[in-house]
Every structure is written in C-alpha cells, then in structure tokens.
Design a binder for this molecule. Structure first.
Ligand code: ADP
Ligand code: MG
Length: 682
C-alpha cells in the first residue's frame, strides 16, 4: 500500500469539501496529511500548582464554583472573573475580552485553563481555556500540536483527522532509511517518529521525533544530490586535455598585477579539473572585487590553448559587452578572438557571429542567455563559464553540462553563500572560494544617514566629482511600484542635474531602450558623465575604476546581499571610496540591515547575518532560487544533521553494490522517481 497514492478522502471524516480545503494546504494524499507537521505545540500539560512559581505560565484543571462577575470598559473590552477549585485550592481566574464564556462557566463544571500565574493573589490570567477536557482528547493534559491552517480547516479538526489517519493507515508506513543508519544514530522508526511529531508526550520525545524526521528529509535530499554527483563523476565523457602549462604561466606572469594567493589557488583547482578526463563541475565564489574575471580569463586561455572554444554567460547585455572588452584586452594580443552574442545584434551581425562560432574562428563567446538558445552551434565547445547565474536550479545547471561535447563548467558568483546553503543549493558541484581581496584595496567607508540630510549628501557628491571622481546614485525599482519608482528616479535625476551643474548627470533605468542605455553607460564609463542616477542595473559586475561614491537612496528597500553588491561597485581603482545609505527604515530588521552594512564589508559575514535575518528560503530572493523547500528541516538550525546526512549519502551512493542490494530498494525507488536511475543501466 502506497500512502502517497491514497487520496485523503479515504480518511474517515474527510469529505469532498474538506478535501478541497486540505488541497489548499498542499495536502492531497494520506502521506501528505501524515507529514503535515505542526509548527509548534501548546503545552496543555497540567501543572502542580503547589510548585508553580510566581509569574510562570501554568495549566490547571479544576471545578468551577461560585458566581462569576464581569466588568466592561467601553463596548469592546471586558474582564470576566470566576472561581476554580484546583486540587483543593480555590483560585481566581480572569478572562479578558471573552464575555461569551460567562454562560458556560456553570458551577460544578470541570475545565482546563492555561495562563499566567499570580502566586501572591492566587489568580490566573487565562490565555487558553478548554471547556470540555474529556472530549478534547488531543488538547487536554498534553502537548497539543498547532498547525498552520486556513479556510474551513481548524486546528482542532485537523488534529482529529491526522489522528484518524494514523489509526487507519499507521501500520502501512514504511521505513526508507537503511537499518545501519537508524541504528548508528539511534533514530526512532519512521511510523513512531511521525506519530510522535504530531502528538509527543513530552518535549524530549518531540525532539527525538523531529531529529529523526529532519535526518530523513536531509538524507533523502542529499542522496539525490549525491547520486547526481556520482553520475557526473562516473560519466567520464569529459575532455582529457593537455594543458600548455608554459604558455599559461607566461600569460599569468604578463598580467598587470600578481595574482592573490586565493586567486592562484582557485586557478590551480580549475586547471587540475580541466586536465582530468571527467567533466569539471565547479562553483567559484568570490566577493565583489575579489578578481574573478581574470581567473575566468586564465581558464578560457588554457581552454583555447588545448584546442577548444569557450563561452562566458552573463546576466545583462552591458555586462556582456564589458566582459568582452576586458577579455579582449587580455586575450586578443595572444591570438584569441573574442566575440559577443547578445539579443541586440542585428540579424546580419547575428548571422555572422553565429557563423564564426560555428566554424571555430571565434574562440571565446561572451553573451547573455542567448548563448544557450536554440540555433547556436558551437565548434568544439570545451569550457562554459557563467557569471552570476546562481538562480539557476540543479536542472538548468545540468542542461549547461549537456551542451556540445560535455564541456567543463564553471559557475561564478559574487554572492557569498553560507556553507549550509552552498552545499544544499550547489551540492552536486565542487566549490572554490576566493577569500582574499587584491592588495591595497581599502574598505569602502560606509555611512547610514536619514533623508533629512540629503542636501549634505548632494554637496558631498559635488565635492568628490569636481575633483575628478565619479558617483552612482541608486534608487530602487520594484515591479509593484514601478511607475512611482521611475518618477522618483526621474525627479532625482532632475534635482541632481540642477544642483550639481556644470557636472554632468546621467539617468539609467531598465525601461530605457537598449541603445540609449548603452550610450549612457558608455559615457559614464568614459568619464564624460560624472554622476549616474540609476535603478539597480549596475548591480552586477560593471567596472568603472574612477567611481568612488555610491549613494543608495531608500536603501532599506534593498536586501542586504544586494546592498553589498552595489557597494562593491565603487573603490575598484584602489584608494578611498564611500557608500552612503540614505534611509529611514520603519522596521527593526531594516535598522539592523543598515547597521550590519556600516559594521562590516566582509561579504561572508553579511551573508551569514542575512541568513539569520531572513531565513534560507528568502536568502537568494524567492522561489526560482534553486533552493529546495524543506518540510521540517531548518538549515539555520540543522546544520550538523545536514553535514552528517550528506556524508552518509555520499558513502552510500559511492558503494559499488549500491544499486544491487535489495535492502535499499526504497532508496532505489526514491531515486528513480527523481529521474536518477541506476547509471550503469543507461
Ligand atoms: P569580481 O570578482 O567582482 O568580478 P573583477 O574580476 O572585476 O572582480 O576585479 C575587480 C578589479 O580588481 C578589476 O579592476 C581587476 O583588474 C582587479 N584585480 C583583479 N585581480 C587583481 C589582483 N590580483 N591584484 C590587483 N588587482 C586585481
Ligand atoms: Mg565580476
């Protein structure tokens, strides 16, 4: 019997109407219902009143006696007072704003009340009341599960339905985990853990049940990732190339600067991968300004020398052009021809570029998503590098690997990702980190100011720009308020144009025609425009060495990671640089975000605190992030379990008999469902 195939209407008491509302909670099958776990518990266990301290939260059962009295404050507020006999001790109970209880508190009735205990006055201020403790079997004298519900589904009803589902189907719950692991970690068996996670008899039992289910969830997730990783490693269809070490080193020696130690290390990691017959599949993390582009250039050069074409994919057209220019400067003197492929080429240009890509006279192709669209035929594509495509999920990344003749793949990202998230979202890849900035880089001096000092900010921009520096003024543009945001950007542009004359101010936003956008950006890069008012398009990667001032208007409307990225746009020429956050945040986390930015320029530190503030789901910015959504595991809490589950999963899928052993049939079935069949069969 497969519980994941039995509709929830098979549970007694769940009719069509309820099933519809359950559907809205994502519950369709019996399995869904059984694993719809509570997000907290009400502690309804009875307290020994004699031991309860003053001010504690307690729960007592007692018999109503005497009269109740009620006092009204205005029309809405009331205070109901009644008497309860608890283990021979008469106490007073106060209910605020629940006048309807008065008719139910008949003398002689037994009720349970939870609330705050005033020991001196023998008085209990009620927070929860159970009027019929005998009938409320899942609420009285126990930890009562609390679920997130909506529509006609009420928590009480759900408790009963879930209990009923266990009564009918509990014995069909199967154990997917290998016995050895269950024993190694002393895990509860699955059926028991599932039941006790809903209805624990105490906190410790609840914790053990949770530990078991978290391990299972993370283990199965990692099993999938590791099976994929195993498959990538096994399929040695990659390119075994001979690297021309001598010319690569000569290229590195001729760079205008020595590589940092961190750059050197990741270059070696990448070259080692490239020389192997297996396909490279690597994530390169490095804070903004840590120098990823030159690493990419070295890899592309090495790839070219071994006789292959390379591609670099970036998120925007401006970036594509800038990267093409940077790479061109480095590579063309060595006979490497760099071309750009964006959605902006004329039909004729596009035809020509495609032809050159196809016949191999283009050696390195830089472009946007256009690179992986239909109609692009590569010529011995050996290396694909992506910059800032961390929103690609596992599947999209896999598609890149399948281009051409199984090229090596390098993912670059400037978003520092805390380890737990990195090994979850990018778990099937190897990871390199540039954790060091080029020498002589000064940290960007960051200030947070309130909007009322705006005139001073304008004066400051003027001073810096008159001495030959340049400034960005960034204002947010979000879809929901796009129109107003555009007006704001426009107004800001006009204000600055007037206030800063004769300095030249440019305006750049996402709604502008591409040519126009280009023109503005080009003039800013050339120093022809000194101040650039922009919505967030400069966010990723654009390099203007003379830009030293970054002003972010309404900074509290940006996420931490984004603010950090923006800040990384200045000070790229060495020397002093400033970031001014103009904001009057209304929320506490808004204030906290401003504070974090003024306190540190370390991207990893910022990422860690961002994760704390927003939780893993939000970290990359909503759904398409490629981050899985877990039912019970919480990555900010369950880091250790994740590490252990990951190691266990890897060990298991690495066994040569993994796919043969019958005892692991549930795991084989699970992987098959995920599209990861036994690799030796295909
Ligand atoms: P990012 O990692 O943000 O893509 P870039 O590759 O754009 O960073 O590098 C930022 C700047 O630092 C560029 O101007 C680049 O020339 C310079 N740079 C890179 N590596 C070094 C180095 N080892 N020493 C000095 N400057 C460097
Ligand atoms: Mg970059």
């Amino acid at each position: 019997m497969k519980l994941s195939e039995i509709p929830v209407t098979q549970v007694a008491g769940v009719g069509e109407k309820r099933a519809e509302d359950l559907h809205r909670l994502g519950i369709e099958t019996v399995e869904d219902l059984l694993t719809y776990f509570p997000f907290r518990y009400d502690d309804n266990r009875l307290t020994d009143l004699k031991r309860a301290g003053h001010g504690e939260r307690i729960t007592v059962r007692g018999e109503v006696f005497g009269e109740t009295s009620i006092r009204w404050y205005g029309r809405k507020k009331s205070r109901l007072s009644g008497k309860l006999m608890v283990d021979g001790l008469p106490i007073t109970v106060i209910w605020f704003n629940q006048p309807f209880l008065r008719d139910k508190l008949l003398p002689g009735k037994t009720i349970i009340v939870a609330g705050k205990w005033d020991r001196r006055r023998l008085q209990l201020t009620a927070e929860r009341t159970l009027l019929d403790p005998r009938r409320q079997g899942f609420e009285a004298d126990r930890l009562a599960p609390v679920y997130s519900v909506s529509g006609s589904i009420k928590v009480q009803w759900l408790r009963k339905a879930i209990h009923q589902a266990f009564v009918q189907f509990g014995r069909h719950i199967e154990e997917p985990l290998p016995e050895a692991l269950v024993r190694r970690y002393r895990l509860m068996d699955r059926a028991k853990a599932m039941y006790l996670l809903h209805f624990p008899r105490g906190w410790e039992e609840g914790r053990q049940a949770r530990r078991r289910m978290v391990y299972e969830e993370l283990f199965l997730y990692e099993l999938k990732i590791m099976a994929l990783r195993r498959r990538i490693r096994r399929e040695s269809r990659g390119i075994a190339r001979k690297l021309d070490r001598k010319r690569i080193e000569a290229f590195i020696d001729a760079l205008p600067f020595p590589l940092t130690r961190a750059q050197r290390r990741v270059v070696d990691e990448i070259l080692t991968d490239m020389a192997k017959e297996e396909q490279m599949y690597r994530l390169l993390q490095g804070d903004v300004g840590s120098g990823k582009t030159v690493v990419a250039a070295i890899a592309l050069y090495a790839n070219h020398l071994s006789g292959y074409q390379g591609a670099l994919m970036v998120p925007t057209e401006i970036l594509a052009e800038q990267h093409a220019e940077t790479l061109g400067k480095l590579l063309e003197p060595r006979g490497v021809r760099v071309v750009t492929l964006t959605g902006r080429l004329s039909a004729r240009q596009r035809r020509e570029v495609l032809r050159d890509i196809g016949n191999g006279s283009a050696h390195v192709v830089v472009g946007t998503h256009a690179l992986i669209q239909e109609g692009v035929e590569y010529h011995r594509l050996g290396l694909v590098i992506t910059d800032e495509q961390h929103r690609f999920g596992v599947k999209q990344r896999a598609r890149l690997r399948e281009k051409g003749e199984s090229p090596d793949v390098l993912f670059m990202t400037a978003t520092p990702i805390p380890r737990t998230l990195a090994i979850t979202a990018f778990g099937e890849m190897d990871v390199s980190v540039i954790d060091e900035m080029p020498k002589g880089r000064q940290p960007v001096e960051t200030h947070w100011v309130k909007p009322d000092v705006w005139p001073r900010v304008i004066r400051f921009i003027g001073e810096r720009c008159r001495s030959g520096e340049q400034a960005y003024v960034i204002c947010p543009l979000i879809e929901e308020s796009e129109k107003m945001d555009l007006q704001n950007a426009q107004a800001l542009y006009e204000e600055l144009t007037k206030a800063l004359a004769p300095l030249r101010v440019g305006l750049l936003h996402g709604k502008m025609a591409p040519d126009h956008k280009d023109e503005v950006m080009r003039r800013f890069a050339a120093g022809d425009v000194q101040v650039l008012v922009s919505t967030t398009v400069v966010e990723v990667g654009v390099n203007v060495p003379r830009a030293t001032v970054m002003v972010i208007y309404d900074a509290d409307r940006f996420g931490l990671a984004q603010l950090h990225q923006l800040r990384g746009r200045v000070g790229r020429g060495g020397g002093e640089a400033f970031c001014i956050l103009v904001a009057d945040p209304k929320s506490e986390t808004g204030v906290e975000r401003m504070r974090i930015l003024t306190e540190t320029v370390d991207g990893f530190e910022i990422a860690r605190r961002d994760l704390e503030l927003r939780g893993p789901g939000e970290f990359f910015g909503v759904k398409q992030s490629g981050m899985p959504e877990f039912r019970i595991a919480d990555l900010s809490r369950d880091e250790r379990i994740l590490e252990v589950a990951r190691a266990d999963a890897w060990e298991l899928v690495s066994r040569s008999d993994f796919w043969e052993r019958k005892e692991w049939a549930p795991l084989h079935a699970f992987l098959k469902k995920e599209g990861l069949d036994n690799p030796s069969l295909d």
